[in-house]
Design a protein around this ligand. Structure first.
Ligand SMILES: Cc1ncc(COP(=O)(O)O)c(C=O)c1O
Length: 457
């Protein structure tokens, strides 16, 4: 067997690349990409059989198994009628460029190895920092997702709190505390577990917003044990934005690290109509936003931005003899700013898309989904059998159907997926079952949504 067969440019390699590009091209440009649905493991075992063999199946057969059996058993999360959890909706340019990132042997961890890619990623980070009102000196790194972004930011916050207490000659607390609202994303609580820190869960108002009074109480009670206060700029369940302005103003009286978890919602700052909800973000010490959510980039991509990037660097630079060339260098190396070392330059698809279409196209697309959410919320309020659980602020709308128990939502949701009409799962609030639309695909229409509401009569 020829040891270079799998790597060399050859007629066989050409055929493999052509087949994969042809499939990708057809899939990307299809006007009617299916929603698809999961299969049981037993069914997939039966249909697929053994694909890992000593001699290999060949690209044609392997691709055929993927196209005809495996891919249809995966939901198309970028489908305009995938309305559950937080969907994704990458632009054509971003999807296409993701192929380039894979094709080019790019490494995004250090300036030495990836200067061009890192430069482009940094331009996107600087653009986002500017939108969020952070200073020109702000910077960071694209990491895998919001969970890693929140963890990396909170570790940097703890290191900064340690340094501050040591500088003040104070003792370090036995355990660190992270303040957030009960409606904050589970990844913040998971970050606290990983850090062996405690979470101080501060109650949000009935409208879901965390307010300054509650945070002040936590700051008064826990003082120097607190290493970060997390505010949510767009909660996952409801798309509610905390009172960031008033909470940020507490920085005038207390010394704390303000982290803005805007994984889903901070994107809305790009839409002029929604911008005012986010006053105070400009005072953040760190923020995250996930381009793989509402900034139209493919999975998986979170922008982590520090007000003072050196705080991230101090917390995260890895030291090892074989890395000396990198750690001794003056240049900006993205791996210094999060808990990961090896990294794909995952910000490049967004860079290419932003460079291609321009910022105005983004503002318009984001604004359009917010407007559609308002329109469908008004329609829900108009229908006697339906009730909004809360007024939407961004692009998530949560509502109940009169008289329905959880089993009714389950049956209805399964039917929607079975008939390939939509993917809308049940949710709940305060013990009551409900359902929600998370709308962030500009191809979703009002008629699509009213069609779904009609099935709830
Ligand atoms: C507000 C918020 N923070 C963090 C996350 C976690 O992001 P990821 O799933 O990319 O790790 C999510 C995910 O939905 C989120 O909505």
């Amino acid at each position: 067997m020829d040891a270079v067969r799998m790597h060399a440019a050859s007629p066989e390699s050409t055929a493999i690349v052509d087949a994969v590009l042809d499939y990708s091209r057809r899939r990307m440009l299809a006007a009617d990409v299916p929603l698809d649905k999961p299969q049981t493991e037993a069914e997939l075992n039966r249909l697929v059989g053994a694909t890992i063999t000593d001699a290999g199946l060949g690209a044609q057969r392997a691709l055929s198994v993927f196209e005809h059996i495996l891919a249809p058993a995966c939901l198309t999360t970028s489908h305009p009628l995938y309305l559950s959890f937080i969907p994704t909706a990458p632009t054509m340019a971003a999807i296409a460029f993701d192929l380039v990132v894979s094709a080019s042997g790019l490494y995004g961890g250090s300036w030495l190895e990836g200067a061009g890619a890192v430069h482009a990623e940094n331009e996107v980070l600087a653009f986002l920092a500017g939108e969020f009102g952070l200073p020109d000196t702000a910077g960071g790194v694209f990491v895998q997702g919001g969970t890693i972004g929140n963890l990396s930011a909170l570790v940097a916050a703890r290191e900064a709190a340690k340094a501050r207490l040591v500088a003040q000659g104070k003792e370090l607390p036995a355990r660190w505390k992270i303040v957030c609202s009960a409606e904050a994303h589970s990844s913040n609580k998971s970050a606290a577990r990983v850090m062996d820190a405690d979470v101080v869960l501060v109650p949000a108002g009935d409208d879901g917003m965390l307010r300054a009074d509650a945070v002040r109480e936590a700051l008064d009670t826990h003082g120097d044990e607190i290493c970060a206060v997390v505010v949510t700029a767009g909660s996952t369940n409801f798309g509610i934005v905390d009172d960031i302005e008033a909470i940020a103003a507490l920085k005038d009286e207390y010394d704390f690290w303000l982290h803005v978890d805007g994984a889903y919602g901070l994107t809305a700052m790009l839409a002029p109509a929604a911008r005012s909800r986010f006053r105070g973000v400009e005072r953040a010490d760190s923020v995250i936003v996930d381009p793989h959510k509402w900034l139209f980039a493919p999975f998986d991509c979170c922008a982590l931005i520090y007000r003072e990037p050196d705080q991230g660097r101090r917390a995260h630079t890895q030291h090892a003899e074989y890395l000396d060339t990198l750690t001794d260098a003056e240049e900006f190396s993205p791996s210094d700013y999060s808990i990961q070392l090896t990294r794909r330059p995952r910000g490049l698809p967004m860079w290419f898309s932003l460079a291609t279409y321009g910022v105005d196209a983004y503002r318009e697309a984001i604004g359009a989904t917010i407007a559609l959410t308002e329109r469908i919320a008004a329609e829900i309020s108009r229908r006697p059998e339906l009730r909004l659980v809360r007024d939407p602020q961004l692009s998530v709308v949560v509502f109940e159907r009169d008289g329905w128990e959880r089993a009714d939502y389950d049956r209805w949701s399964a039917e929607l997926l079975d008939s390939q009409r939509a993917f809308v799962v049940p949710s709940s609030h305060a013990g009551r079952p409900n359902t929600r639309f998370a709308i962030l695909n500009p191809l979703t229409t009002f008629e699509d949504l009213t069609g779904i509401l009609d099935t709830m009569k």
